[in-house]
Design a protein around this ligand. Structure first.
Ligand code: PFF
Ligand code: NA
Length: 452
C-alpha cells in the first residue's frame, strides 16, 4: 500500500478496510457496552434510560463520529496536531481529548483487571454469595492491582507492535466471536424463570422516570461507549486512506456498538430479576449476575471461561485505542519513539490506576471535591470527570470547531473524497447547530450550577 507523505513507519497505517472497521468497532465495543451500559440502565429506570440513550446515539453518534473521522483523515495527525494544523490555537481541543483518554485508561485498566480475575474465577468458582465474592475482591489492596498491572502491560505490548501488526490482528477474530457468545447468553438469560420482570423493566420506558439525571447519564455513556469526544476516532481516522467511505463507517460503528450494548442489557437485566439481585447494584452488576447465569447453564464453567475471555479481548481492543491516542501524541508532538511513548505513558497510567483500585477499599475515605458539589473517591472521580465533563466538552468543541472554525464545507469536501455523501444537508445542520446546543444544555445541567 502506498503511504501518504505524512505516513511514516513510526505512525503506521491500516492494512485493509476490514481491519480498520474492526479496530474502530473494537475501540467502541468494550467494557462500556458489557459492563457499564447494563448497570447504568439498571440505575436509571431501565427502559427510560434505553430510550434516551438510543435517541442520543441517533442524533449525536453518527454526527460526531463522522466529524472526528473527517478531521483525522484530513490531517493525518494525532488529536492535538489535527486541530492545531487546521487552525492555530485550537490544538487544546485535542489536548483535552488526550487528557481524557489518559484518565479513562487509568481506571479502565482496573476494570480490565477485574475481568482477568473473573477468567480465573470461572475455573476456581465464585462460591454461593456472588456479591460478597466480588466485593471482597475489589476492596482488597493487592490482588486487583496485580491484575491491573497485567492488563496494562498487555495493552502496552500490543500498542508497541503498532497499528497493523498489533491492533488490527487482535480484533479481527474477537469481535465476531464476542457477538456469537453474547447471543448464547442472551438466549439463556431471557428464558430463565422470572426473566419477564426484567424484560419488562428493560423494554418499557416509564416516562415519569425520564429525568434530567437520566439524560446526563445517557449523554456521558454515548460519548464513552462510542469512543467520542477525545480524539480517538480522529487518531484512528488519521490512519485511513482517502478511498474510505466515512459516511458509511459513521453509520455502521455506532449501530454495531449500540447493538452490542443492548444485547448486553438483554444478557444481564432479565437475569438480575430472575435471581433477585438489585438492578441498581452499580459497577458490580455484570460480575455478580453473570456467574449466576452460567451456574444455571449446562457446561456453565466453559461458557463462563469463554465469555470472560471475550470480554477481556473487547476490553483490550478498547484500551489499546485509548493508549494509541496518547501514544500518537508522544510520537507526533514530543517526537518520542513509539516504544518510549508507550513505556512512559503506561507507567504513569498504571500509578494513577493503583489509586483508583485502592479507592474501592483501603483508600475509600479519600474523597476529591468536584464542581458539582459532590466529593468522589479516585475511581469515581476519574469516571465522572471524563464521562460527564471532558468527553461531552470535547464533543461540543469539535462540533463548534467544524461548524465555525474549520468550516462545514471543508469537512464535507474531505468526506466526499471517499464517495457519495447522501446525508450532507442533514449532517451539516446537525453538526453546526443541533449537536452543539444539545450537548451544551446537558453539559450545563450536569454541573448542577443551574439548580443553585
Ligand atoms: N468505547 C469504549 C467502551 O465502550 O468500552 C471505551 C473507550 C475507548 C472510550 C476509547 C473512549 C475511547 F477513546
Ligand atoms: Na462501547
Amino acid at each position: 500500500q502506498q503511504l501518504k507523505p505524512e505516513q511514516t513507519p513510526e505512525r503506521g497505517m491500516w492494512s485493509s478496510r476490514f481491519g480498520f472497521l474492526m479496530a474502530a468497532v473494537g475501540s467502541a465495543v468494550g467494557l462500556g457496552n458489557l459492563w457499564k451500559f447494563p448497570y447504568l440502565a439498571g440505575e436509571n429506570g431501565g427502559g427510560a434510560f434505553v430510550l434516551v440513550y438510543v435517541g442520543l446515539v441517533v442524533i449525536l453518534g453518527f454526527t460526531l463520529m463522522l466529524a472526528e473521522l473527517s478531521i483525522g483523515r484530513h490531517t493525518n495527525s494525532d488529536a492535538y496536531g489535527a486541530y492545531s494544523k487546521l487552525k492555530k490555537g485550537w490544538g487544546f481541543v485535542g489536548g483535552f481529548g488526550i487528557l481524557a483518554g489518559f484518565l479513562i485508561l487509568s481506571y479502565y485498566s482496573v476494570v480490565g483487571g477485574w475481568v482477568l480475575k473473573y477468567i480465573v474465577a470461572s475455573v476456581t468458582g465464585v462460591g454461593a454469595d456472588k456479591g460478597a465474592y466480588f466485593t471482597n475482591f475489589i476492596t482488597s489492596s493487592v490482588e486487583p492491582v496485580i491484575y491491573h498491572l497485567i492488563f496494562m502491560g498487555l495493552t502496552a505490548i500490543i500498542v508497541i507492535r503498532g497499528i497493523s501488526g498489533g491492533i488490527e490482528k487482535a480484533v479481527k477474530i474477537v469481535m465476531p466471536a464476542l457477538f456469537i457468545m453474547l447471543m448464547v447468553i442472551v438466549l439463556r438469560s431471557v428464558t430463565l424463570e422470572g426473566a419477564s420482570e426484567g424484560l419488562k423493566y428493560y423494554l418499557t420506558p416509564n416516562f415519569s422516570e425520564i429525568t434530567l439525571k437520566v439524560f446526563i447519564a445517557a449523554l456521558g455513556q454515548v460519548f464513552f461507549s462510542l469512543s467520542l469526544g477525545m480524539g480517538c476516532m480522529v487518531t484512528y481516522g488519521s490512519y485511513l486512506s482517502k478511498q474510505e467511505d466515512l459516511e458509511k463507517d459513521a453509520l455502521l460503528i455506532p449501530s454495531l456498538d449500540s447493538l452490542v450494548a443492548i444485547m448486553a442489557g438483554f444478557a444481564i437485566l432479565p437475569a438480575v430479576f430472575a435471581f433477585g439481585f438489585a438492578p441498581g447494584e452499580g459497577p458490580g452488576l455484570m460480575f455478580i449476575t453473570l456467574p449466576a447465569v452460567f451456574e444455571s447453564m449446562p457446561l456453565g464453567t466453559v461458557f463462563s471461561l469463554i465469555f470472560f475471555i471475550l470480554v477481556f479481548f473487547a476490553a483490550i481492543s478498547s484500551s489499546i485505542s485509548l493508549m494509541e491516542v496518547t501514544v500518537a501524541f508522544g510520537i507526533d508532538r514530543l517526537k518520542w519513539s513509539r516504544k518510549v511513548s508507550v513505556l512512559v505513558f503506561t507507567t504513569v497510567m498504571f500509578i494513577i490506576g493503583i489509586g483508583a483500585s485502592l479507592s474501592m477499599g483501603a483508600w475509600s475515605d479519600f474523597l476529591i471535591p468536584w464542581i458539582d458539589g459532590n466529593s468522589y473517591g479516585i475511581f469515581d472521580f476519574l469516571d465522572v470527570v471524563t464521562s460527564y465533563y471532558l468527553l461531552p466538552l470535547g464533543g461540543l468543541l469539535s462540533a463548534i470547531f467544524i461548524g465555525f472554525v474549520w468550516g462545514v464545507p471543508n469537512a464535507v469536501k474531505e468526506i466526499k473524497t471517499g464517495g457519495n455523501f447522501r446525508t450532507e444537508k442533514l449532517w451539516s445542520v446537525l453538526i453546526k447547530y443541533i449537536v452543539p446546543i444539545l450537548v451544551f444544555v446537558i453539559l450545563l445541567s450536569t454541573t448542577g450550577l443551574l439548580d443553585r
